[in-house]
Design a protein around this ligand. Sequence first.
Ligand SMILES: [Zn+2]
Length: 481
Amino acid sequence: MARVLKNARIVTGHSEFRGALAICGDRIGKIWRNSGTEEGCPEWPGDEKAVAEISQPWDKDVSISDLHGLVLMAGAIDSHVHFREPGMTAKADLESESKAALLGGVTSFIDMPNTKPATTDKETLEAKLSLSEGRCWANYGFHLGATNANQGHFEEIDPHSYAGVKVFLGSSTGGLLVDDASALRNIFRTSGKEVLIHSEDNDVIAKNLARYRAEYGDELPFRVHPLIRSAEACSLMSRKALDLAAEYGTRLHLLHVSTAIEAQMVKDGRKENPYLTCETSPNYLWFSERDYDRMGAFIKCNPAVKQPSDRAALRRAVKDGTIDTIGTDHAPHLISEKMKSYLSCPSGVCSIQQSLAVMMSVAGEEGLPYSRIAALMSENPASLFGIRDRGFIAEGAIADLVVIDPEMDFTVGDEKDMWRTSSARIDSKCGWSAYGPVPGKMTGERLRGGVRQVWLGGVKAVEDGRLLLGEPSGKRLIFDR
Ligand SMILES: [Zn+2]
């Protein structure tokens, strides 16, 4: 059976045109442009001829749907998530969070290694892969975590089976801190894979924390978070990582850039190291330090959401191409954990189901072409990690697609809006999103650009707020870099 989606605003990483595409089996079989549209593919021949072009004589079953006014892009690939399995499944698991991802238009995810146990060798990677089989609603892949001692062990692992190597620099999560100078040099010198860096300087953070504890005692207000986990803490460690990467020509991917100064460092650093890339998260583009009073713990993440001037600089960096990928850093915690005081509540924010809609909203506010979203959220992560056959609108690519209504305004968590767009729903196991209503804040964020349909491997998986699939059918990602 073949399906044709016509009259869409087809958006790729470098262009937008009106046209149609055919889904044949699990792949994009053919792409046409509407007449009068400049693009290097054949012109739409009309329903009857299109059907004749793509269907076999024995295949009578071709359906055509009209996507007039709707944006059609490759499904988003989120290369930075924490789905908490194994080890912390009270907060979240592969099944629950991959469902939230799919409903938000994220058709593939790559999970970080700081689970329990941490993913640091062949055994733990294989265990995670077998845990995922048949349980993920979106396509799945994993990063490995570096420790002071494990780099030699990566050679025995099939390079197609993992995406990159995550290094926690200066700030540890789940026992993955690399603080041995020669181990660090060894990783930068020898890694053929992307080296993904979380950089915050623990000494600076400890010094700031002591200062604000002296001022407030144990009842710190949440608005001190960006003063404790400061821009200085981020930029000091990022400087170190960039210098080391320049020395060895390392393929470095700087994660969750949250400050203006780091965006500038990356921009300048590319002159020395062409393999330098970076990510930011929707949280740093949407929220700022002014939101701590209304959001409290529900935007407490590491690195911290910073100043309005940082947010403005990051929006510019998204626009001018300094930022390469959008990763949510989706990191669920229970509401009960988030209700604790500043010093006791864990850092981490839920956001994956709204990430695409937030980026559409940012695009609307900034006059950002949708092709930047396709580049940041699909094509660039696919290229960076060498994801086989996914992430692009191209003939022969696997049909992981998302259809978005760019004009649809909605409120996250609103009962009525949840039936119009799955971007308004909250399906994470912990039951909250930074963009939805949270304790102390009765209504969710107002966004523009809701997901209407999601296609996974050529099958319509989501439509208008409903999950159509009966069971998880995400596939394992293959990494060709
Ligand atoms: Zn993270």
